[in-house]
Design a protein around this ligand. Structure first.
Ligand SMILES: Cc1ncc(COP(=O)(O)O)c(C=O)c1O
Length: 388
């Protein structure tokens, strides 16, 4: 028997993540500087870690309810109301998940079946397309352009809609471009959607990380509230990637089927992480402010440096990535990244890892120390000069 031939063909045909490939290369090169990974360099604030430790001391080592601790769900709702003016009922409109990643997977699995089309603005996070494929749906990329500041435009959305469109992924603040959508820009999207039956999965995992402009959610619009599935989590805003905790908020008729899948696949999210997250949503606002202020400083440094180096860069207003164009070098994204790693030992991610339309760009994370960023920028400058 050839085991490989027995594997589900959808999985066999799926491309491995382009981010992971560079991650693996860097792991074999300890002297390399990485701007490759989308994860805060900060350790989780102490009072949040302490709450996790204390929960273990108290013996909270059991499953929680499938939906997550009621106290955590209640505080998530208080937090969303306080920070983003979003109103959810903790009893039946919130599910605590294993990272935003599980929330995305559950949403797509619950809504999508054979042949349903899912609109995915790209460049965007790597998991949307494979999740849609695993659910038997059809991913339909919508190219967002640098001249539109990588925002989803109502014209592009209108063009992509067909009678089979079931779901729009709204990935803002955006990984990898750092683009955000303002209230007026969301309003234009709502005007296109309001007379359709299309659902929106709004991935707002970077909602807290915006610079100068407060994040707005499409769920604020009354006509969208009941068909928006809001995905968020603790990884980015609170530097809690390893705790694996996220959540999803939506109408009770959407949360119920998501909870059904979660109940069979996961049971309940990690209990220790839920206690830590409870402390984070209750008392972590100042931690977020401090980290955002540091990211903002790094953002300005890296944005200006890329433009000086001659790699034109759109100004990111959210998340912690810059997405400079490398078209002036004449290299393909993948060649640029491989050569940069070989010649100058700096790891960044090729833009096409986030969809074909990312070709001609690279993603650099500024969730690294300013020293690492400056050293990497010097080396990138040398690399670009040597290839003129
Ligand atoms: C846009 C976006 N959504 C969701 C996630 C998933 O985050 P997590 O599963 O750690 O909450 C990430 C992680 O990089 C991301 O960039």
């Amino acid at each position: 028997m050839i085991i490989k031939d027995k594997i589900n063909k959808v999985i066999t045909d799926m491309k491995p993540s382009g981010i992971r490939k560079f991650f693996d290369l860097v792991a074999q090169m300890p002297e390399a500087i990485s701007l490759g990974v989308g994860e805060p360099d900060f350790v989780t604030p102490w009072h949040i870690r302490d709450a996790g430790i204390y929960s273990l001391e108290k013996g909270h080592t059991y499953y929680t309810s499938n939906s997550g601790l009621a106290s955590l769900r209640e505080e998530i709702c208080n937090y969303l109301d306080r920070r983003f003016n979003l109103k959810y009922n903790y009893k039946n409109e919130v599910l605590v998940t294993v990272g935003g990643s599980e929330a995305i997977d559950l949403t797509i699995r619950a809504l999508i079946s054979n042949g349903d089309e899912v609109l995915i603005p790209q460049p965007s996070f790597v998991c949307y397309v494979p999740c849609v494929q695993m659910a038997g749906g059809v991913p339909v990329p919508i190219v967002t352009k640098e001249e539109d500041n990588f925002k989803l435009t109502p014209e592009a959305l209108k063009k992509a809609i067909t009678p089979k469109t079931k779901l729009l992924v709204l990935p803002y603040p955006n990984n990898p471009t750092g683009a955000i959508m303002t209230y007026d820009e969301l309003k234009a999207i709502v005007d296109v959607l309001k007379d359709t039956d299309i659902f929106v999965m709004s991935d707002e995992i970077y909602a807290e990380l915006t610079y100068g402009t407060k994040h707005r959610s499409i769920a604020e619009f009354p006509e969208m509230r009941d068909r928006t599935i809001l995905v968020s989590g603790f990884s980015k805003a609170y530097a809690m990637t390893g705790w694996r905790l996220g959540y999803v908020c939506a109408h009770p008729d959407i949360i119920a089927p998501l909870t059904k899948i979660h109940q069979y696949a996961i049971m309940s999210s990690p209990t220790v992480s839920q206690y830590a997250a409870l402390e984070a949503v209750k008392k972590g606002d100042n931690d977020i402010d401090a980290m955002v202020s540091e990211y903002n400083y790094r953002r300005k440094v890296i944005f200006e440096a890329f433009n000086q180096i001659g790699l034109e860069c759109f100004e990111p207003l959210g998340a912690f990535y810059v997405f400079p164009s490398i078209k002036s070098t004449g290299m393909k994204s993948n060649d640029f990244c491989e050569n940069l790693l070989k010649e100058q030992k700096v790891a960044v991610v090729p833009g096409d890892a986030f969809g074909e339309s990312g070709e001609g760009y690279i993603r650099c994370s500024y969730a690294y120390s300013i020293e690492a960023i400056n050293r990497a920028l010097d080396r990138i400058d040398k690399f670009v000069s040597s290839h003129k």
